[in-house]
Design a protein around this ligand. Structure first.
Ligand code: FE
Length: 238
């Protein structure tokens, strides 16, 4: 069994004192998106009250919560999707200079198949939609600039941290995909892995054809800032 609690306890009292960019929400951005299927729950982009602007300028202390133990298992692969771009900037801060949305820090470790051996120097290529459900290369913005993409490397303890915002949902055909974050992992002596991280309690998790339950992050915090935790487990090359 992989007991992640000692590690997570250490993270639980972290003070999120990161200044997040903030801009006025454009008119109508809080309304359901065009094309929402009939009969679906009314879903608005994941933005906050008072113009959708969240700030952690004053610091938000995220209280530790009880975490479930997960069985030791290789992390499941998940679809790459159509929005991957190679060449993401080497940064753990995915946010552009100004970004609406609920602040989010995702952290964890990259481990080998025994769930004990840490993999330092592993790379994690991360990409996601912005808080309104748009990728920088979906034709809605200037794709010259990479937004909400970053390449991070695990430290000597196998740890990583990514600072971003909660991604918005977007339509895949007639149905919304639940909020998710895409990742590609590479570590010496291990098979590469492409997968996605999901959020607990997203109403669209239940009907998404791609989600795997083991890929749902642990999440704590509130609308002023959230913190997700996930340990990736990679398969050694035989
Ligand atoms: Fe996606």
């Amino acid at each position: 069994m992989m007991d992640r609690r000692p590690f997570l306890r250490g993270l639980g009292a972290l003070v999120l004192a990161v200044p997040f960019g903030c801009q006025t929400r454009s008119e109508g951005s809080g309304a359901p998106r065009t094309g929402q299927p009939a009969g679906s729950p009314v879903i608005t982009p994941m933005q906050g009250p008072k113009g959708g602007c969240y700030s952690l300028d004053h610091g938000v202390r995220v209280q530790p919560v009880e975490h479930l133990e997960r069985p030791c298992a290789l992390t499941a692969a998940n679809i790459e999707g159509p929005y991957y771009r190679a060449g993401a900037p080497k940064t753990g801060d995915l946010r552009p200079a100004r970004a609406d949305g609920v602040p989010l820090i995702v952290s964890g470790r990259v481990l080998s198949a025994d769930c004990r051996s840490i993999l330092s120097g592993a790379t994690i290529d991360v990409w996601q939609a912005d808080a309104t459900g748009h990728y920088d290369n979906d034709g809605t913005m200037n794709s010259e600039v990479m937004r909400f993409r970053g390449l991070v490397e695990t430290d000597a303890q196998g740890g990583f941290s990514v600072t971003t915002v909660i991604p918005g949902r977007y339509l895949n055909g007639r149905k919304y995909r639940p909020a998710h974050i895409h990742v590609k992992l590479a570590a010496r002596g291990h098979h590469a892995l492409t997968t996605q991280l999901y959020f607990p309690d997203d109403p669209f998790n239940a009907e998404d054809p791609f989600i795997h339950p083991s890929l749902v992050m642990e999440l704590e915090g509130d609308t002023s800032g959230k913190r997700g935790s996930f340990d990736f487990v990679l398969q050694p090359i035989a």
